[in-house]
Ligand binder design. Structure first.
Ligand SMILES: Nc1ncnc2c1ncn2[C@@H]1O[C@H](COP(=O)(O)OP(=O)(O)O)[C@@H](O)[C@H]1O
Ligand SMILES: [Mg+2]
Length: 369
């Protein structure tokens, strides 16, 4: 075997790293122009990369592959890899929630499909990966984040800033900053709230909460496709939306309406989550009972050419976790349900990277009507 001269290390390391494939894009690091710099000092090699965020899922894989690439040049070398976030030009309004990197709406055509359960678990799973996460529960019909995060009765602590603005502090639980319309309004108020008052509550939630810097803000939207949903969707500069559905036909027609609402306001659908897909009795672990029908999530995903992020079974622990204020992803006794939800979150992270990548490729065009 030909030995590589030390003065050629950088060239060979560069070539080896440039062939590594970023699986989210199916492109090589060379194609992605990911190498920022390489410094070599004796045997120690520092590789600086820049990749499209979020990085929490992809970085360990790339880090490992880069170390291997360096060692393939010489086993003597001691590699260290630093992966930095490439800057992303967020689409939509720059003034709303400027310190939030990725805004993800969780939506459904109708209530009761598990939208809040999925939102809570995705938020908790993102936080488990070390990301800074907020959960904004804007479901006026059934604010459930307070219950699902064991914050029932919590209030939004308000603070007056020197410039006179009032700003609320979100409550933090399990590494997730939670703010809910439930903290600012009474449970049975939804039916009587209309127009300007409702708009006032939404303003409070969107603009007057001190989220600080966030990697992700998960936005639990009210179900349906009415004016409220449309207004909220337009107000907030969303990275994209996740649609939650149950498998059966009736719920699917609502889902189609929901998807066309997002299409109308140019919000990308990041994927579909099918919830309550099947039930496996604990004593019959090989059985799957398709209580609410089968395969609807896949049908909707195929129709719209978006990924099915996953199928979440019905488990007792999921329901109990919701009622008791411990998202099931955090419950070690519900490991397999947790894994399903964590995998959904990882797939979502890949879709967010793709959305961020695309928004970097296209010039941002402002259309005023
Ligand atoms: N996969 C699941 N397994 C068991 N119970 C679930 C599951 N998903 C949701 N639930 C329960 O169903 C009810 C409705 O869920 P929720 O998330 O509040 O729906 P939505 O926000 O769409 O109205 C809650 O009691 C919740 O705990
Ligand atoms: Mg809900």
């Amino acid at each position: 075997m030909e030995t590589i001269q030390a003065e050629n290390y950088e060239h060979h390391i560069r070539n080896a790293i440039n062939t590594i494939v970023d699986s989210d894009f199916d492109k090589t690091l060379g194609e992605l122009n990911a190498i920022h710099s390489i410094t070599i000092d004796g045997n120690s090699v520092e590789v600086y990369l820049q990749l499209v965020p979020p990085l929490q899922w992809i970085a360990p894989t790339i880090d490992h592959a880069c170390c291997e690439a360096v060692l393939s040049v010489s086993q003597e070398l001691k590699p260290t890899v630093f992966v930095r976030e490439k800057e992303v030009h967020r689409t939509g309004s720059k003034s709303v929630l400027p310190s939030v990197k990725n805004l993800i709406a969780i939506a459904s055509g109708k209530g009761g499909v598990g939208k809040s359960t999925i939102a809570a678990n995705i938020a908790a799973a993102l936080a488990m990966k070390g990301a800074s996460v907020g959960l904004l529960d804007a479901d006026i019909y059934g604010p459930s984040a307070p219950t699902m995060f064991d914050l029932a009765g919590a209030q939004l602590e308000a603070e007056k800033l020197p410039d006179g603005r009032i700003i609320g502090q979100p409550n933090e639980r399990y590494g997730v900053k939670v703010a809910s319309i439930g903290f600012v309004m009474q449970r049975d108020q939804a039916a009587i709230l209309r127009g300007p008052m409702l708009a006032g509550y939404f303003n409070t939630l969107v603009e007057q909460i001190n989220w600080g810097k966030l990697d992700f803000l998960v936005f639990d939207l009210p179900p349906g496709t009415g004016d409220i949903q449309l207004t909220l969707t337009q107000r907030v500069p969303l990275t994209g939306a996740v649609i939650v559905t149950t498998p059966q036909e009736i719920s699917l027609s609502d889902v189609r309406r929901s998807i066309s609402m997002f299409a109308r306001v140019n919000v990308e659908i990041l994927g579909i989550v099918e919830n309550m897909s099947y039930f496996t009795p604990p004593e019959l672990p090989d059985k799957k009972y398709y209580i609410f029908g089968k395969g609807g999530g896949q049908v909707v995903a195929d129709e719209n050419n978006v990924p099915l992020l996953g199928e979440v079974p019905i488990t007792l622990g999921t329901r109990e976790g919701g009622d008791e204020g411990l998202p099931v992803v955090l419950n070690p006794e519900e490991f397999s349900q947790g894994e399903i939800l964590r995998n959904i979150t990882a797939r979502l992270a890949s879709q967010i990277r793709l959305a961020n990548f695309r928004s970097g490729e296209q010039p941002v065009i402002q259309i005023s009507l």
